[in-house]
Ligand binder design. Structure first.
Ligand SMILES: Cc1cc2nc3c(=O)[nH]c(=O)nc-3n(C[C@H](O)[C@H](O)[C@H](O)COP(=O)(O)OP(=O)(O)OC[C@H]3O[C@@H](n4cnc5c(N)ncnc54)[C@H](O)[C@@H]3O)c2cc1C
Length: 389
């Protein structure tokens, strides 16, 4: 039986552990935190927040894989009346429909955008400057970047398409992403995976002892662990606001900012279990530029709240703010694609998995795809090594 060590028990680490165990390997997962899940954890307590607004996109490869294994669990569908409360801020006011120019960028049959050009330049040629800017701002829901227009056109186009598909790709596991993580952990457990929490790995050799290792941490943590300064890639920086307010009829479901980047979503619209009765849970993310502070982002979130949630200030029952810096997955600059990111295979039996490495997909799909690649390389390589011996 092959042995394999996985460092990190987030979405990538659990995907790798399950995949390897299903292939018959003996797997050990080391997780630094006292619980599994990483950035896919859901807070315990009365307000069940994910780390910022989270949606599981059904168009990705992880969806079918999770479904096949019954790991998604019950979903929280958006009631049609709530879905109709999606609002867009455009030219300072809230509206229900996107500007016509933006729709030009969603036409079927539009050629694939180029990798080498920035999104703003490419999209302006199709939809004019205003349409391109509105589309770039909308795409920030899946990018978490303050200036999507400056990123590779191909990269942004894919996210824009995925985030605007009808019927929507965004799905919500009832009770938050932790319910998926719990099911993944149970599956791993049933397959005989050993999972050690509160177990930070500082050096590779002490734990791995000859077995292939999948480093399924954030890229920052992998850089420190592997002492490899080349392990860097761009990511977003976004202010996060979690808010509970007393229920009031007529609140928006979503407010998406087309004048700048920003997204607020009332998650209790689809899942009442996320906050106590009589309260609504709103989570927002406002991408901020390098020279801007968290307070700048929160101030923009409050402008959106003023528009979409009248009287919210007098209704607040709980509030929390934070920053996600480099925690929202890879973004690709013009001239680069996922293939240019740090490679999965690091040599000497070490493989990287995570959302900033060389694998395709949107957000957590990169973690998923890289985990599958890492395991197939690890087991394939190991099997070859045994044969050679
Ligand atoms: C604000 C925000 C919103 C997001 N929204 C979405 C969304 O809507 N849809 C989507 O698909 N994705 C979304 N994501 C991205 C998604 O959360 C991540 O892509 C995914 O959770 C990353 O999983 P991972 O396992 O690669 O990394 P992580 O979740 O970071 O897991 C790495 C794990 O490794 C552990 N670790 C680190 N160092 C060590 C060590 N030395 N020893 C042992 N363990 C270690 C950590 O404790 C952690 O548990 C969002 C992320 C953020 C921050």
């Amino acid at each position: 039986m092959h042995r394999i060590t996985v460092i990190g028990g987030g979405f990538a680490g659990l995907t790798a552990a399950i995949t390897a165990a299903e292939a018959g390997a003996k797997v050990t997962v080391y997780e630094a935190h006292h619980t599994l899940g990483g950035r896919a954890r859901t807070a315990e307590g009365p307000y069940r927040t994910n780390e910022g607004p989270h949606a599981l996109y059904s168009g990705g490869p992880h969806w079918a894989w999770l479904r096949q294994r019954d790991l998604i669990g019950p979903l929280a569908p958006i009631p049609p009346l709530e879905a109709a409360r999606l609002r867009l801020r455009y030219r300072g006011v809230l509206r229900r429909t996107p500007p016509f120019a933006l729709l030009k960028l969603l036409r079927r049959g539009l050629p694939q955008a180029p990798v080498d050009v920035d999104f703003m330049t490419w999209a302006t040629g199709i939809a004019g400057e205003e349409g391109a800017r509105a589309a770039a701002h909308y795409s920030a829901v899946a990018l978490f970047h303050h200036d999507p227009g400056a990123l590779s056109a191909a990269f942004v186009q894919e996210r824009l398409r995925r985030a605007t598909k009808l019927p929507p790709e965004a799905h919500y596991p009832r009770g938050g992403w932790a319910t998926v993580i719990d099911r993944m952990a149970a599956r791993a457990w049933n397959l005989g995976v050993r999972m050690e929490t509160l177990s930070r790995v500082d050096r590779l050799d002490s734990r791995a002892a000859g077995a292939p290792v999948v480093v399924a941490t954030s890229l920052d943590a992998a850089r420190r662990l592997l002492k490899d300064d080349s392990l860097t890639w761009s990511s977003g920086r976004t202010a996060l606001l979690d808010l509970a307010v007393r229920t009031r009829r007529g609140d928006a479901f979503v407010v998406s900012d087309l004048d700048a980047t920003g997204w607020l979503e009332r998650f209790t619209a689809q899942d009442r279990s996320l906050a106590p009765a009589g309260e609504q849970l709103i989570q927002g993310q406002i991408p901020v530029a390098p020279h801007e502070s968290r307070a700048d982002g929160i101030a923009r979130a409050e402008q959106l709240l003023d528009l979409g949630f009248p009287g919210w200030r007098g209704r607040v029952t709980w509030r929390r703010e934070s920053m996600a810096n480099g925690r929202t997955g890879a973004v690709d600059l013009p001239g680069t694609s996922w293939r240019d990111r740090p490679a999965v295979d690091r040599g000497a039996g070490v493989y990287l998995a995570g959302d900033q490495v060389a694998a395709p997909g949107v957000l957590s799909e990169v973690s998923f795809n890289s985990a599958l690649t890492a395991v197939s390389l690890a087991l394939g390589r190991h099997a070859l090594d045994l044969k050679g011996a």
